[in-house]
Design a protein around this ligand. Sequence first.
Ligand code: DGL
Length: 258
Amino acid sequence: MDNRPVGFLDSGLGGISVLGEALRVLPQENYLYFGDTRNIPYGDKPPETVYQYTHAAVERLISLGCKAIVIACNTATSVAAAQLRQELPLPIIGMEPALKPASLLPGDGRVLVMATHNTLKLPKFQALMSLYGQNAIPLPCSGLMECVEDGELSGPRVEGLIEGLLLPYRQENIKAVVLGCTHYPFLRQTISRFFSPDVALVDGNLGTVRQLRRRLEQEDLLSAGPGGKVSFFSSLQGGEPIRKMRQMLDMWQAGESK
Ligand code: DGL
């Protein structure tokens, strides 16, 4: 039993959608959340640069006393998770677009995978595509992350972007949409309006949190509680990024963003 915090990191606010799920499934744990606000975006920077940022963020969380790390970012996971696991002795849980569960859903329609440029072009996702991607359409979604960072989860800006992204696929028979960037679950309601109600919107958040629980169990690191304490950190000075993170978590927990 171990009541040290679990560290979460993302380039910004996206990972809070995963943190929200962790607080629901593992309420006896305490959490530190690091948003790399100064270096966002990760999605279209050179992978070597994203590796440096991710490495620095993980080191910071470890220096703050974390017992395990969740890389709550598909992009950072694709770039850095495998190497960091080799270098560091603590459990490191990563994320990938939920293409596998989406492709296994019943129906013969195609699976649209919304994610960043980096996630879709890196070897981790390419390997996933060769196993489960026969019927998949990878869709890099420039601009959506910025809407979430600006707190615009609905309205003309985000709707215009989604419409433009989906226009080429209007004639396709789509059975599922993968929200393959942790920012996109905040846009779930808005994205769902562009599809008929029988199209499933699939994210990897619950799968990631279950994997966290398994790894903590395996290493005998589960906390006996009391838990639920969350501290936020940002690479950007000042109170504003922290205020936004708290607000995003409150909104997530109130269910307004689901
Ligand atoms: N939230 C991140 C992800 O899951 C990416 C956002 C960014 O481009 O920084 O991929």
